[in-house]
Design a protein around this ligand. Structure first.
Ligand code: TRP
Length: 466
């Protein structure tokens, strides 16, 4: 059976942008920006995107296109059967992310419908508290999952590519329209100020905690570390520059993320809601609740949550595709059977997360950051010390002059510098979870020892088998 491929380059780029743009941009980003000092967070986040996110994204795609396989098959094919474990980490990361993601997707679906009737306008806080977890949440999660299954079931080119080619431009247009409209509301100016003016003292006093939060968010928003971009790149037919595609994908994702910020923050300010309030529920309580006071509140609510729903769906399909590709490639399942099986798995794990706030919090807050960081760390060390020259070749394939000039710097970044950074944020994050705060110098020292040790092992290993 021949493997599926994207029909066009634009189709691939839009599918990848659809994966990147999602709840991470709209729900997680404003919430983290608000709790990490506004523009201070934005600044570090943009730096991490450029210096870590883009090279890391390209490093992940290199493995997918080189092997033209799902994560497990890719590492086995390129590195030998032992490396299947690394693919296993990607599968686990995908399960962790989609299990809570589809619960939030269910909330969004519910709010889209509830906006049409104005159900939450009168008592937003009570409404969210009543629907966030429980049987209703599990039901809406199941509906969201069903929509995800339907797209993935239809296949790479006729399902995912077609759907995202329509959805991504729709997201841009609708958010653009909302951003313009929001600017006309009285009192919205404070929102731009909060979002765009830098508090240097805040940044200085909280540098490392803001950095760690920004790093986790950068990986999440670019969909790296769980094999989704690896899998999407494995469906590339022709050889085009991955560096160029990766840059375009990250730029569009960041642009749409900032656009979402330009809707959400001015709106909050114009409605007199402080963006620092409310944690993960901020979008649903502070923002949604305030919709009721606006002119055309139902229309605004349906349009706003409708765009968010599109964005969430185009991300969820990319995570599901990782597991479907694995079953199709490695276990010779037909796509319909694989999709049904994966849908069944998430029905169980997502229902558990919808019924248990503590499980949800564990998955969304702590585990997601850790598995994505660990996954990307493994991918990049694999590029740098197992693929080595082949990784650079893959980077340079189809590349123009600029991409060829950046080949070597990219290679060293991916082989050494970024792994050190990821190990550092991983250890800091792990310390925070375990309740044993790790100081920055200690985390750095441990990262150097750990990554250095791994590199020594990998070098002697490949030298002896070469
Ligand atoms: N990037 C998406 C968002 O911002 C979420 C997402 C899709 C994702 N695929 C992923 C996150 C793979 C991590 C890994 O909403």
């Amino acid at each position: 059976m021949t493997r599926a491929t994207w029909r066009t380059r634009l189709g691939f780029v839009l599918a990848a942008v659809g994966s990147a743009v999602g709840l991470g941009n709209i729900w997680r980003f404003p919430w983290l920006t608000a709790t990490n000092g506004g523009a201070a967070f934005l600044l570090l986040y943009l730096l991490v995107i450029v210096l870590v996110g883009v090279p890391g994204l390209v490093g992940e795609m290199v493995i997918g296109r080189r092997s033209r396989r799902n994560p497990v098959g890719a590492f086995a094919e390129l590195g030998g059967p032992r490396w299947r474990v690394l693919g296993g980490v990607a599968l686990v990361a995908s399960v962790v992310v989609l299990s809570f993601y589809s619960v939030v997707g269910g909330w969004i679906l519910r709010y889209t419908l509830a906006s049409a009737t104005g159900a939450y306008f009168a008592a937003p806080e009570q409404y969210f508290a009543a629907i966030d977890y429980g049987v209703g949440a599990a039901g809406f999660h199941a509906l969201f999952l069903l929509a995800t299954v339907a797209v993935v079931y239809a296949g790479v080119d006729r399902g995912i590519e077609l759907a995202t080619t329509v959805m991504v431009p729709g997201i841009v247009l609708l958010f653009g329209g909302l951003a313009v409209w929001v600017a006309t509301l009285p009192g919205s100016g404070g929102g731009y100020e909060f979002f765009l003016s830098l508090d240097v003292a805040y940044l200085r006093d909280n540098f490392f905690s803001v950095l760690v939060a920004a790093a986790g968010q950068a990986l999440f928003t670019l969909s790296v570390g769980a094999g989704a971009m690896l899998t999407y790149a494995s469906y590339l037919g022709e050889d085009r520059s991955l560096a160029a595609d990766g840059t375009i994908i990250a730029a569009l994702n960041t642009g749409i993320g900032v656009l979402a910020g330009l809707v959400i923050f001015p709106l909050l300010f114009s409605l007199g809601v402080s963006p620092g309030e409310g944690g993960p529920g901020a979008l649903f309580v502070g923002l949604a609740g305030a919709f009721g006071t606006l002119p055309y509140s139902r229309v605004v609510g349906v349009v706003f949550f409708g765009v968010v729903l599109l964005a969430a769906l185009s991300s969820a399909i990319s995570i599901m595709e990782v597991l479907v590709a694995y079953l199709v490639d490695e276990h010779a399942l037909s796509r319909p059977r694989a999709t049904a099986g994966v849908g069944g798995l998430f029905l169980v794990t997502g229902t558990a997360a919808a019924l248990s706030p503590s499980l949800f919090g564990l998955l969304a807050d702590t585990l997601a950051n850790l598995v994505l960081t660990a996954g990307l760390l493994g991918f990049l060390l694999f590029d740098g010390w197992v693929l080595r020259r082949a990784a650079l070749d893959e980077y340079e394939t189809g590349a123009g002059r600029l991409a060829r000039l950046t080949g070597r710097p990219w290679y060293y970044a991916v082989a050494v510098v970024i792994p050190l950074f990821l190990a550092f944020t991983f250890l800091t994050g792990l310390g925070a979870v375990a309740g044993v705060p790790v100081s920055a110098p200690a985390a750095l020292a441990l990262a150097v020892v750990g990554v250095g040790g791994a590199i020594v092992l990998l070098r002697s290993d490949t030298d002896s088998t070469a």
